[in-house]
Design a binder for this molecule. Structure first.
Ligand SMILES: *Cc1c(COP(=O)(O)O)cnc(C)c1O
Length: 298
């Protein structure tokens, strides 16, 4: 569903937001798109178990746990950080995944770095038996195929399409289905120059660019002005944004509009990739640091 923002913008710019956060009540946004064809494939291969990787507050872990439950798979989550073992109750994401039946394997940050190596995967096979492997963040060719379904006929008139970037899978699908007159802008939620190359693996089109100025210090990092922005945006538009991805992207677009980055009369589409389950975990962290919290009930 596309929702036009009613607040007014300079230079006759118009901004519309695609509410992918509403496509599913639990597996909201892009993680639903990314899992769709992976679930078909796992079924076709007759797999009984899904295994994947993620951090403490991962939207992907929550999505896989729920999708596994709904589709009759067992699920195993390899979680980064062995100190989390004893802290499940204090972590809304892990608690939710556990309630969905996900079995956890907590590993140190060092061990986690080896997650794509054959020896590590062989060890997991010995321990858990056969499984269908979904990579960290869910990005693979089947995920990108799912994300090619985000843009539809109704989006042909937009000049700019903006989305948050984590591993680059979602934007790759969007780039593949964007039209030649459209420009796709990606806003990485983390620091690092590797993303450009990751995306090039999956796309041929050239009409895209990464805007790297709005990561707010890195993945999962927030600043008070970002929290203030999310709360104000919610008050103005009644649209909830998450602090890890969509909040940073929308902050970036609003800032670029103020800085006259976009030509007059630009018709901008923002992709709301979901991630709202992360608000609760972020609020736990913010409270611990005695910072203002996100005033959105999810
Ligand atoms: C995972 C996620 C992203 C990033 O998607 P990638 O395909 O990894 O780039 C963006 N927004 C939200 C809400 C997410 O959960």
């Amino acid at each position: 569903m596309n929702q036009k923002l009613l607040i007014s913008f300079p230079n006759s710019i118009s901004v519309t937001i695609k509410r992918e956060d509403l496509i599913h009540t639990v597996v909201s946004g892009n993680k639903f798109r990314k899992l769709k064809y992976n679930l078909f494939q796992a079924k076709a291969e007759n797999k009984k178990t899904l295994l994947t990787f993620g951090g403490a507050f991962s939207n992907h872990i929550a999505a896989v746990a729920f999708a596994a439950k709904e589709n009759g798979f067992q699920s195993i989550g390899i979680i980064r950080g062995d100190e989390l073992k004893d802290k499940i109750a204090a972590n809304p994401t892990l608690q939710f995944a556990q309630e969905c039946g996900m079995q956890f394997e907590f590993v140190s940050r060092e061990a986690y770095r080896l997650k794509n190596e054959a020896a590590f995967l062989d060890e997991l096979k010995l321990k858990f038996g056969d499984f269908f492997l979904i990579p960290e963040g869910g990005t693979n060719a089947l995920a990108i195929k799912g994300c090619e379904e985000i843009l539809t006929e109704e989006d042909r008139g937009f000049d700019y399409i903006c989305c948050a970037v984590g591993t680059g899978g979602t934007i790759s699908g969007i780039i593949n289905s964007a039209l030649p007159h459209q420009k796709v802008l990606g806003f990485p939620a983390l620091k690092g120059d590797f993303l450009q190359d990751e995306i090039r693996i999956f796309v041929q089109n050239e009409n895209w660019e990464l805007i790297t100025d709005y990561h707010f210090g890195g993945y999962g990092k927030v600043k008070e002005d970002l929290i203030g922005f999310i709360n104000q945006f919610y008050a103005d538009n009644q649209i909830p944004l998450d602090p890890i991805y969509t909040g940073k992207m929308v902050f970036g677009v609003m800032d670029l509009i103020q800085k006259n980055y976009f030509p007059a009369h630009s018709n901008i589409l923002l992709i709301h990739t979901g991630g709202l389950q992360g608000i609760r975990g972020m609020n736990v962290k913010l409270k611990n640091k005695q910072l203002p919290t996100i005033a959105i009930n999810v």
